[in-house]
Ligand binder design. Structure first.
Ligand code: AQP
Length: 327
């Protein structure tokens, strides 16, 4: 029996952080054994917020290198830049004609980002392009953090709507949401998610941050004024976030960590967390520095050619179904 297909993407919108890693990338790596995996640097999505062109070129490459350094093997997974596979945008247009404006109006990411980016059409249509990314490969499963659940629901609706209207084409994809790590919170405001676009650099740890930066950022992480290492998102969101991060980096249950560290002062506990993060990121930093830019660009282009071949067969089938065969 052929393997099920997994698709996921990451935006090249600045330094990849431990939220992206724990919520997504780490799982991308694990899924390579069980599924046929397709991963993408979704550069067209990133253009929905203003980008400086020269800087953007660098960030695309950096994102690609980061995914490989985190353990995605371009010889095992199909891995490429979204903009190099034009079938994504064609399908996005077709799916856009099936999308209710009312459902886009409900998207919280659009509401959150419209202020920062200007309320542009690309940002509004972002979830439709995301649906096309997933459906153009007939993906069955989509590993994402919980900020993407709403977009994935729209993808499922569009797959069903297309199939009903034009005949069976797309599998209706299901999310793979990690039980832990689906929402790593900001170090400066543990009630909002860690994000690349947060203007406060102290809110996040990037995968390439050096040990001193990591110690400083975790040392300054916002916690409550009490004592005791307890896991309680309502009363102690800052400490709970740090416990979650420690648990994921050390593969240890939160309960066990609480039992071990309960009597510690916050400062002492932060030191333990910082050292675990430093150890966990060290192999990624090493692997990143061994990657050659040119070799990664070559691998990405090869990935795009293979992705076009994969996407073309479904593009033909979609065109036939909607009446765009050309004769
Ligand atoms: N804080 C987070 N915790 C867990 N998972 C997260 N993801 C993002 N933030 C967290 C997951 O990372 C994957 C790639 O995300 P993305 O690059 O598509 O952008 P995003 O979801 O919009 O994440 P950012 O970091 O907040 O970027 P900006 O600031 O540019 O919007 C996704 O699977 C996401 O769920």
């Amino acid at each position: 029996m052929s393997k099920q297909i997994v698709f996921s993407g990451i935006q090249p919108t600045g330094g990849v952080h431990i939220g992206n890693y724990l919520g997504a990338l780490r799982n991308w790596v694990r899924l390579q054994d069980e599924y046929e995996t397709i991963y993408c640097v979704v550069d067209l999505h990133a253009l929905t917020i203003p980008q400086d062109p020269a800087e953007f070129e660098r960030e695309r490459l950096e994102a690609a290198k980061m995914v490989i350094a985190a353990g995605v093997d371009p010889n095992t997974s199909l891995f490429y830049y979204q903009s190099q596979v034009p079938q994504h945008t064609e399908l996005s247009w077709i799916l856009g004609t099936l999308t209710q404006v009312g459902s886009l109006n409900r998207m919280t990411q659009y509401k959150d980002k419209a202020d920062q980016a200007g309320a542009n059409l690309g940002l509004y249509a972002y979830p439709v392009l995301m649906a096309a990314d997933i459906l153009i490969h007939h993906a069955h499963r989509v590993p994402v953090g919980d900020d993407q659940i709403q977009h994935l629901e729209l993808t499922r609706d569009l797959a069903e709507r297309f199939n009903r209207r034009f005949g069976e084409e797309f599998p209706v994809p299901e999310g793979i949401i990690p039980e832990h790590g689906a929402r790593i919170m900001s170090l400066q405001d543990p009630t909002s998610k860690m994000s690349k676009s947060d203007p406060n650099q102290g809110s996040r740890i990037q995968l390439l941050d050096d040990p001193d930066t990591i110690r400083k950022r975790i040392g300054r992480a916002v916690t409550d004024s009490g004592t005791g290492i307890e896991f309680d998102w309502n009363r102690k969101p800052g400490i709970s976030n740090l416990l979650e991060i420690l648990s994921l980096f050390t593969d240890t249950q939160v309960d066990k960590l609480v039992a071990e560290h309960n009597a510690m002062q916050y400062g002492e506990f932060k030191h333990v967390v910082a050292e675990a993060v430093i150890d966990g990121l060290a192999p990624i930093r090493r692997s990143y520095s061994s990657l050659e830019d040119e070799e990664v660009s070559r691998l990405m282009y090869k990935g795009a050619l293979d992705a076009r071949t994969s996407a073309e067969k479904y593009q033909v089938s979609v065109r036939e179904k909607v009446g765009l065969t050309g004769h």
